[in-house]
Every structure is written in structure tokens, then in C-alpha cells.
Design a protein around this ligand. Structure first.
Ligand SMILES: Cc1cc2nc3c(=O)[nH]c(=O)nc-3n(C[C@H](O)[C@H](O)[C@H](O)COP(=O)(O)OP(=O)(O)OC[C@H]3O[C@@H](n4cnc5c(N)ncnc54)[C@H](O)[C@@H]3O)c2cc1C
Length: 303
């Protein structure tokens, strides 16, 4: 795995490949799951696809006392149109996001991002809600949620609340959800006729976590930009919005000079993290190259 699984990042002496002891319970409903969570004397964790959690446990980066399996809860399933939104249930697998006609039609940016998430074996098990709840800063779906300002639905067994993606991703693996709250679904605004989208990332090998990536959503009137949101991922502790670069582009036709000005604005607002793969300067350079490429695609009418 990426940072959390890299022993040198965490100062672990010997890599451990077996989880410490834990209790397991399978929940049949959200209220069941929440009751189990509240009743646990120690640390409890919800288990969805297990593609991040079990690896972290095997490496002893996490050692919950109780795993509450939420993967059989029917009320967490389903993709449906609700008013102006597409609601994606938390248990939707990455592979379903990739193949869903509803996602392709109403949230094309998500459909564009899905092939970049890991490998088929992981996409067959990993869940959409798990990716949002885990909030890995190098993950594709949180960045798409930020670019589209999706709303994340949280359920504490008694009531549900919606949190805008801008307010949800707070710090490294830290979100606005209380530990007991379950991510039950995510609401994405359905794309309109004047919306254009672009997604791309750079990784050493296809399926690896990105070194850097961009997810861009723009609304045009005629050929000019009405509004644009540029989300970058794998640049720091959370996915981030490039607000200054976006401001430079509003009311332009994405001419070459406008794009160059956006790249300068990005350099002024972004201080990417560095790691064993690349320096901060290289990451910024790659982000700038991606931004330019994506803006060209938008200008040409990418959907
Ligand atoms: C080799 C490998 C490569 C990967 N590459 C990528 C990649 O390129 N891009 C990418 O985005 N991901 C990647 N992943 C991670 C993968 O996408 C995971 O599926 C995802 O991050 C977590 O989803 P999950 O359902 O497996 O969650 P789990 O592993 O079950 O849970 C992860 C965390 O989220 C919590 N959680 C899960 N669901 C909920 C919920 N509904 N409400 C509240 N809390 C919840 C759990 O308690 C746990 O803390 C990779 C994983 C592996 C093993």
C-alpha cells in the first residue's frame, strides 16, 4: 500500500503481516452497526470492502478491538437519481462505478476517474463509501467529490446529515465524520448540457496510487468559462482546490495566455508534499503540466 503501508514512513522496525486479535460482528442494518459501535468498550471500526482496513491491520498500523462488518447492509446499496442529484450508496463497489450507465450519464467525471482506481481485484471489493470515509489524499474519488462539491451523507443510527465535500476532508485520513457515523451515501449534482470535465493522473505504473492528479469540473456559456473547480490530489494531507488558478480562468475562453496565467497562479498557491518518489518541486511541475493538458481538453470540449 501507499503511505500507511510503508514501514519506513511509520518508523516500524520489522514489517508485521498479521493483525492483532479482534472481535468481529456482522451488522444487518445501520442501527445494528451503530449499536455495536456504541457498545464496544475499546476501539471499533466499520468493515466495508476491507481493501484498506485489513492491510492496515495486518501491518499493525491499526489494531481495533472490534470489526463491525457493514458489507451486508442493504440500505447502503444502490445508485439512483434523486432530484438534481445522483445518489451513490456507500457499498457501491469501485467496479460498479466504472460500469454504471447512470454514473456515465450524470457524473461523467466519476466515470473518468474510476479506471484509475487500483486494479480490477481491488475494484471488485473496494467500496465507494470506504474510499470517501478513509480519505486517502492520493485517492481519486475524494478529489472528484471535491471538484463537484458533492455532499456526503452521514448516519449515526438516529439521524442523517449532509456535509459538503469542501468541509469533509479535514486532514490526513481525517474527516468531518464522527467515529460512530457511517458514510451512507454521496450525492453528486447531475451534469448539465454546458458542463465539461477532465480527469488525469500520473503514476509510475497503471493502478498505482497517483504521484499527482487533477479532477476538473467547469461550466461554460458559449465558449467562455462561467465557473470552474480544480481539485488536485496526492499533493498533501487532503485533496485540495486550486482556488487562485480557478479564479484566473473564470470568464476566459481558456486561451493559451489564460492557461499560462493559471499555471502561475497554481505555482503561487500550491506547496505540494514531498516523499520518497518525488520532491515538492517535481510534484508542482507535474501538477502544472497536468493542469495545462486538462485545460486544453476542456477548451476542445471534453465532456
Ligand atoms: C494494492 C492496493 C492499491 C490501491 N490503489 C488505490 C488507488 O489507486 N486509488 C484509490 O482510491 N484506492 C486504492 N486502494 C484502496 C481501495 O480503493 C479501497 O477499497 C478503499 O480505499 C477503501 O474502501 P473499502 O471498502 O475497501 O474500505 P475498508 O478497507 O473496509 O475501510 C477503510 C476505512 O474506512 C472505514 N469505512 C469503510 N466504509 C465506511 C463507511 N461506509 N462509513 C464509515 N466508515 C467506513 C473503515 O472503518 C476503515 O477505517 C488500493 C488498495 C490496495 C490494497
Amino acid at each position: 500500500m501507499r503511505p500507511i503501508g510503508h514501514k519506513s514512513d511509520r518508523g516500524l522496525g520489522e514489517a508485521t503481516l498479521k493483525a492483532s486479535n479482534f472481535a468481529y460482528v456482522r451488522a444487518r442494518s445501520i442501527s445494528d452497526a451503530v449499536a455495536a459501535f456504541r457498545g464496544c468498550g475499546g476501539e471499533a471500526r466499520y468493515l466495508a470492502g476491507g481493501q484498506s482496513l485489513l492491510a492496515a491491520m495486518n501491518l499493525r498500523l491499526l489494531a481495533p478491538d472490534l470489526l463491525i462488518d457493514i458489507s451486508q447492509i442493504d440500505e447502503l446499496r444502490g445508485i439512483e437519481r434523486r432530484g438534481d442529484d445522483l445518489r451513490i450508496g456507500a457499498l457501491t463497489r469501485h467496479a460498479e462505478v466504472l460500469t454504471s450507465p447512470l454514473v456515465a450519464e450524470h457524473v461523467p467525471l466519476l466515470a473518468a476517474a474510476a479506471p484509475w482506481v487500483a486494479h480490477p481485484a481491488i475494484r471488485n471489493k473496494g467500496t465507494f463509501g470506504g474510499s470517501i470515509a478513509f480519505a486517502d489524499p492520493a485517492s481519486e474519488f475524494p478529489a472528484v467529490a471535491l471538484a463537484l462539491n458533492a455532499r456526503i451523507e452521514l448516519d449515526n443510527g438516529e439521524q442523517r446529515r449532509l456535509v459538503a465535500a469542501e468541509d469533509f476532508f479535514r486532514d490526513l485520513y481525517e474527516t468531518a465524520a464522527a467515529p460512530v457515523e457511517i458514510v451512507s451515501a454521496v450525492y453528486f449534482p447531475a451534469a448539465g448540457a454546458n458542463d465539461r470535465f477532465a480527469f488525469d493522473e500520473l503514476a509510475r505504473r497503471r493502478g498505482d496510487y497517483a504521484i499527482v492528479g487533477t479532477a476538473i469540473a467547469a461550466r461554460f456559456s458559449s465558449e467562455a468559462v462561467d465557473s470552474i473547480r480544480i481539485a488536485l490530489f496526492s499533493v498533501g494531507a487532503t485533496p485540495v482546490l486550486a482556488r487562485d488558478a480557478a479564479a484566473v480562468l473564470e470568464r476566459t475562453r481558456l486561451g493559451d495566455d489564460d492557461i499560462a496565467a493559471a499555471q502561475r497562479a497554481l505555482a503561487g498557491e500550491l506547496s505540494p508534499s514531498e516523499d520518497a518518489q518525488v520532491s515538492s518541486e517535481t510534484r508542482l511541475h507535474l501538477a502544472s503540466v497536468l493542469l495545462k493538458r486538462q485545460l486544453h481538453k476542456l477548451r476542445e470540449g471534453a465532456r
